[in-house]
Design a protein around this ligand. Sequence first.
Ligand code: CP
Ligand code: NVA
Length: 321
Amino acid sequence: MTPVIAMEKQEQLSIRDLVADQDLTTADLAMIFELAARVKAVPGSFSHALAGKQLAMIFEKPSLRTRVTFEVGMTSMGGYAIYLEHSKPRLGERESIKDVARNLSRWVDGIVARTFAHQAVVELAENASIPVINALTDLLHPCQALGDYFTLREKFGSLKGLKLAFVGDGNNVCHSLMLTGAKLGVTVRVATPYGFEPKAEIVSEAKALGRETGAKIQLFHDPVEAVAGTQAVYTDVWASMGQEYAAHLRTQVFASYQVNENLMSAAGPDTVFLHCLPAHRGSEVTDAVIDSPTSLVYDQAENRLHVQKALLLLLLQPQRV
Ligand code: CP
Ligand code: NVA
């Protein structure tokens, strides 16, 4: 018989939507990680927990991991996910985002949205009466940070005091790693070329969050200096979705930020390698690093499923928890 694990009464997030990393309290983060660990430990658990629940998934940009993990997450818990391809027209072009939000609220139980403009997800959440989850915007990728820190928690036991270096472009993934890392007590050291630093307001916000947990947010331009003494080195593509037009120029600007065996040895012998994927092998990371035993990239990808199942359970089934 398929095991069905009941969720406990007190498990209730402080939020209805996950739009930005800062929305989650440290108690929320602990709750998601604990539930994700239970989901992962017992395959087939919660198999009927979302019976009858429907999720609309709006994607303006391509996706492998996010789309599949949300869809598998829903169906494996008895629910259903509807994929809404929105690359053309983008959200808000055929009708207002307000009307999309109000229509979907009458038919489904939750919305997952991947957009260019962060404001589009904010507007969806403001106008929907159902939970809205950010599946990546130009500004943030909170579900990614959840999967990544869950992966590091599995690897190192505890996150507090850990040091992570992000090398490359100060982009959406970098922003989410700084914000969620700061909440979890993880020091995040970011190395970018000049002009590609993370947004100043996100850096200030992450620094302020870090003051409460002891985490430091540090910016560098020298990747060797940034990775020294860290337990994890993270990189991402040099041109994010929507920046393909600048990919050639960026390849030249970022060349000395490649995560290769030399950089990994500057970090330390036991330092793990992380990447949100998709990766451009031979650009931001070499095959030797991504395929090495210290690479956790497929664990990160797998854990997206477990943390998002936990998130769906907590957001779509509040009466059960
Ligand atoms: N890491 C990530 O979000 O992958 P996708 O773009 O394939 O969803
Ligand atoms: N920074 C990348 C992340 C992809 C998951 C992008 O936005 O394309």
